[in-house]
Ligand binder design. Structure first.
Ligand SMILES: Cc1cc2nc3c(=O)[nH]c(=O)nc-3n(C[C@H](O)[C@H](O)[C@H](O)COP(=O)(O)O)c2cc1C
Length: 293
């Protein structure tokens, strides 16, 4: 699916910005709303929500690298019931739509979480995270198998009429086959993709810097990998591709749109600079005006 880099829409809705806030880097958008930092944001994607509360991995779970960030947060969240009771009612104040990112440790858990979330009018849609590299059960294993992706998508489709994207893994399996499986299973978009497995070691002690040893690497350095994957996947599915990975400046976003993305998610950049979306949008508009007018 190809798109016009000057017009931005998703699931029948037009947006004045192509910038989405990536899951796990902006909470549910509420802290950013309080700070007045949501200008320029088209859509907030929430932190992962699971059936039960999860503490995530023990610290240290963030390590800065020369070029980016290695994280092993591990889907820490208060669980879907607390999200329904305490968070989603406040999310009604957001000036933009909210997509709820959903994770699970079994194939059935994704649909079970979505089923609970259906009790709220707030979610614009869902992002089914079959690609988290930071959990022992599930995570990467789900997204690596097209058959599993297909089954999970079908189970989610059965419990909701709302649109959903499947967030695929760049780490294992065939991204194109998993993207096709998501589409066939009823997904309305694919998110391409997630962090890359990485590790840092203190050579003096021989010990890993992250408690869980490995984590997910995000940084401007992964942009070319995302461009390649968005380019390939967008030519083999008819549903929108949401780019995620390495976008930190306006030209990165324009490049990902040119590669075929419908919208672009920004993660690590927002952690470093919470009001990044407004700056990015201004830059995008300036580049488009200078270059394409
Ligand atoms: C601290 C942190 C937490 C994250 N948590 C989630 C998560 O809960 N669910 C998810 O699908 N992706 C999660 N991600 C992945 C991001 O949404 C995004 O796909 C990834 O960081 C690549 O984009 P970036 O280079 O713009 O950061 C997380 C990333 C970071 C850095």
């Amino acid at each position: 699916m190809t798109s016009d880099i000057r017009s931005w829409s998703l699931w029948g809705r037009k947006f004045t910005s192509p910038v989405m806030l990536a899951s796990g880097t902006a909470g549910f958008g509420l802290e950013l709303l309080e700070r007045g930092s949501l200008a320029g944001t088209a859509i907030v994607v929430s932190k992962a929500t699971t059936l039960e509360p999860r503490e995530g991995n023990p610290p240290p779970r963030l390590v800065e690298t020369r070029f980016g960030l290695l994280n092993s947060v591990g889907l820490a969240n208060p669980g879907v019931d607390a999200v329904m009771e305490n968070i989603l009612p406040s999310a009604a104040m957001l000036p933009c739509p909210l997509i709820v990112n959903v994770a699970g440790k079994s194939e059935r858990e994704f649909a079970a979480v979505v089923d609970r979330l259906e009790g709220s009018s707030i979610p614009f849609g869902y992002e089914i995270n079959v690609s988290c590299p930071n959990v022992a059960a599930g995570g990467v294993a789900f997204g690596a198998s097209p058959e599993t992706v297909d089954r999970i998508a079908r189970m989610v489709r059965e419990v909701t009429d709302r649109p959903f994207s499947v967030k695929l893994t760049p780490n294992e399996g065939s991204l194109t086959e998993s993207a096709r499986a998501a589409e066939e299973g009823g997904a309305n978009a694919v998110t391409v993709s997630n962090t890359y497995l990485g590790m840092r070691i203190d050579w003096r002690t021989g010990k890993p810097l992250l408690h869980r040893s490995v984590g997910g690497y995000s940084s401007p350095a992964i942009l070319p990998m995302t461009v390649a994957r968005v380019f390939t996947v967008s030519s083999c599915v008819d549903i929108p591709v949401l780019a995620s990975g390495g976008a930190t400046c306006p030209e990165d976003i324009l490049e990902l749109l040119a590669a075929g993305a419908a919208m672009v998610q920004v993660g690590t950049r927002v952690m470093r600079r919470p009001d990044a979306a407004a700056e990015l949008l201004t830059g995008i508009k300036n580049f488009l005006e200078e270059t394409l007018s």
